[in-house]
Each structure stands twice: as C-alpha cells, then as structure tokens.
Design a protein. Sequence first.
Length: 599
Amino acid sequence: MNEEILAYYQKKEKETAQSFEQAEKWANQVSYLRLGVFVAGAAVSYGVLQQAFLMGILVSSVAVIGFLLLVKYHQRLDEKSKFIGQLLSVYQRELRVSNNDLDGLEDGAELQVPGHRFSHDLDIFGPRSVFQYINRTVTRQGYILLGNWFGNPLHQVSKIVDRQVAVQNLAAEKDFVERFLALGAVNLKQEESPEIFSNWLEQPVYFLSKKWLLPLMIVLPIGLIGMILAAASVPAIPLYAPLLYAGLHLVVVRQFLPHTQKAYVMLNRRYRELTKYSQLIKLVEGTSFSAGLLSSVQEQLKTGDETASEALGRLASIMQQFDNRLNFLAALVLNGLFMWDLWIMRRLEKWKLRHQDHLVQWLEELAVVDALVSLGNYAHNRPEFQFPRFTQEAPTLVAENLGHPLLDPTKRVDNNLEMAQDGFYLLITGANMAGKSTFLRTVGVNLVLGMMGAPCCATSFTFSPMGLYTSVRTTDSLQDDQSYFFAELVRLQGIVERLREGERLFIILDEMLRGTNSKDKQNGSMGLIRQLVQYKGMGLIATHDLALGKLQNEFPDRIKNMRFEVEIDGDELHFDYKLQPGISQNLNATFLMEKMGII
C-alpha cells in the first residue's frame, strides 16, 4: 500500500472514530431522555388521573406517544451508530493489512480443491495466501464465488475485459465499496444458507390452496370480538366464554401445525440474513455505475413495481413476525386472538408465488457484486499495479517489473519477462534460495489475477489467456497408497494429455522427478521437455540439473536458458534475485552446510 492510500485510510479512521464517539454519545443521551419521559409521564399521568379522569387519559396518551417516538428515534440512532462502528472497522482492517497483518481475514482454505491444477502450488488459498490478502466478501455466496474465480480464471478476452471495467469502476467508487463492506460487516456467514431459501421455494403452497380457510380466518376472529363485547355487556354470558371461543382458534391452528412447523424449521431466524441482503441490494440499486457488468446486475434486480430490496425487506419482516411464536405466551395470545400462524403462512406463500422465480437470482447477482467489491477494493489499495492487456494472436507473455503482490514493495525485486512463441520454455537454473521458486509463483499468481480481471503487480503486462498448469509442490498420499514420485508422474501425465488434446497451456514446473536417481531424473526430464516443445503453449521450468541447459542447443528457438545467480564473497552470500540469461555457475549447498556446521 503506497503512502497516498495509507494516508487516506489513516484520515478516514480518525474522522470515523470521532463520528462514532459522537453518535454513541447522542444515542446515550436520547436513551436517558426516553427514560425520563417515561418516568415523568407516568408520575404526571397518575397525579392528573386523581383529579380529572379524562385529562389524565389525555396526558397519559401524550406521554405514551412521546415515549414511543423517542424509542423509534433511539432505534435509528443506534442503527446509525452501529453502521459508523462497522465503517470504522473497515478502515482499521485495511490499515492492519497495510502492515501485512492478515489475522482475522478468511483464508479460503476450505475452498482448496485437492489436486487442483495450480492453486496449491501458487498459494492461492490458505494462511498468508493471495485469497486471504484480497478477499473482503461479506456474503457466503460471494465468498464461494470469489474462490471459484481464483480457481477457474477466465480465458475469453471479452469476458475478462468486462470484469476489468467493473473492477476499475468499483475502485473509483470507493464510497460505495466502503458502505457495502460496512453494511455487510455483520458476520452471518456461518449462519447464511442460501440453499435453504431454494428448498423453501421448491415446496408447493399449502395454505393458499385451501380456499375455505381464508373465510374461516376472518369469521372466527370477528366472532371472538363479538363474544368479548357480549360478555362485557350481558351478565348472563360468563366471562370465560371468550376464552373457550379462543380455544377454538387454537384447535384450528393446531390442525395445521405440521405444515406451519415444516416452514418454520426451514426459515427459523432467517430475517437477519434477509435484512442484510436487502440493505446490500438497496445500496447496489441506488448507485450509478458505468461498467456494463454492474449495470447488468442492476437490471437483473428489477422486478415489476417492487424493487428487489423492498421485496427482500418485506420477506425479512414477515419472517421476523414469524419468530414471535418462539415466545410461548406470545404465541398463545396471538394464535388465540387472531390465528397468527395461519396469517403469517398466507403472507409467506403469497410472497413465494410472487417472487419464487426471482429470489435465487437476486442472491446470485448480489454474490457477483460482492466478489467484484473485493477486487475493486484491491485495485483501489494498489494503484501502482496495472491491469494487463491481452492478445489472442501467437501466445505471448511480456512483462515489465513483474513482482509478487504479497511481497513488501520496499524489499521486492521485480523482473522483466518476454515469451512469444508456441512451444517456448524458459529453463531456469540457480542456487538454493536464489529466487527461482518465488519467480515461478510470481508469474503464476499474476497470470491468475490477470485472467480474473484484477490488476497485476507489474508496470506493464501483456499476455495471451490460456490454461494454467503447475507441478511445483506435489505430495505423496498415504490414503491413496501413492508415493511422491508416482504422484508427480500422474501430475505430469495430466499436463501432457491436455496438450495432446490441443489445449494451449502455460506450464510451470519446479525441479522435475525429484523422487528418482540423478541419471534417471536427467533422462526423464530431457524426454519430457522434448515432448513439451512440440505442443501449443509455453512455460517456465526451474531445475538444479545444469545438464538440461544443453537443450537450448537442440531447440534454439524453443528453449532459452535463464538463471538466478548467487555471489559468494568470503563467508557471505549475496543474492540479487534478478533473472538473467545463461546457466547458473555458482552453487551454495555445500557452502551453507559448512557454515552451519553440518559438514
């Protein structure tokens, strides 16, 4: 994070902290005022009632209305205070990330697919990963979608460019991004289950199908009101008669309890989740975007004369009222008087009939915005990074000052790279710790980011989108009874088969065939490289086997030797981490073992 962006967050944190303190102070004052109005109103009303009954009723009514207005006002102040607090958390989090503190950020480890073609090798997911650095998603679906974008980057240039434009749009709409992150800061991800809504929508309506039920739901409560009035005015009617009549309501409600309970079990406490979705979608609906992808999302959120946010807010309200049945006494009174459960179920089913074709789509569109917001936030925080350009002609990868986005820019060493031919490979040699593996991951990570529509850590980056396949960190598997060597062979077999099928790949290999002896390893490595140069694609191959450098003489237009060198100066090692032509000359394993007293 450069100094300008750092100063921006520091200023925002300071201003928001002051606003939060003031908002909490004012909310507390209104809370005390509310209490004072209640106590004073009760005292005055009691005194007046002793003197003049009607005047006492009037004073009591005014006091109650004043108290309720203050309750409502305090609720709004409390919501405002919470939002400002969540906004403050957003700024504080970005400041922590600027110090390379990623604690508390979801790392996407659960999204790692075993045997994935590149994500494990490139540290895409897991602690201290690229995903953890970039991810700011606030919904479960957005989190999963962003992980899918990392694991399956786009190859079609038009789609990548559309996403690039959306990310650039969001990077410029910083106020929208910050409000989106703050509104979504209420951590409900562990509770969110969008599939529950899908399951509920698939259930047929039951209560609306009973045409006779609605007249019954109207007539019986009216009869109860009549019974109450009659019991109050006719001495011959016992006072317990309305209670018996209310019991009839409970009997009717009880007959439908299995169907009511089935819906309740599915939707229990989902109103918080829906309220969050409604607020986020309302923000999306009310923002003017220039990017076509974001405008398309807004179009998908439109439905008739009711906005998606209004519809979701209404559903959240219905579900919140549904939760009144959690209180046994409240459920008894509400169902005894109004057959509450039946009315709630009718409202739910009417909502379902109107919006069952929209709800899943709304949540999917929200997930798209959620994932894009993470990329937009990343682009805003790293303005020195550049969005790549693309070519679909001969396979190309040309980069200037290419570096790893997670490395400290004050210590990071960037490199240039140029590749522009099918079957072209850089054969990279170098001493231990000279920078080979970091360079391989640097190229791979930036290719992934570029094909996701995100900016890359480079001053210039042009490449041809293609499939990415790596073999850097192959592991054995006791569960599958698979040795390290065989696991690597399976990995390499997958690469060759995809090439034979005509797929163009960018391949990254690090120290092939480590599980066999030196001569066999050398012969096998040479044979594999001779295979690779025949097919579409290009790549990087890092090795300690200097003999492989002879392949440049065999394939002068397909193989180029590059190296990371180390300088040994007396008892010191010096690394410059700069990629340069040729085969590495200096080795350091024995030097390090002697210096550490191993030999």
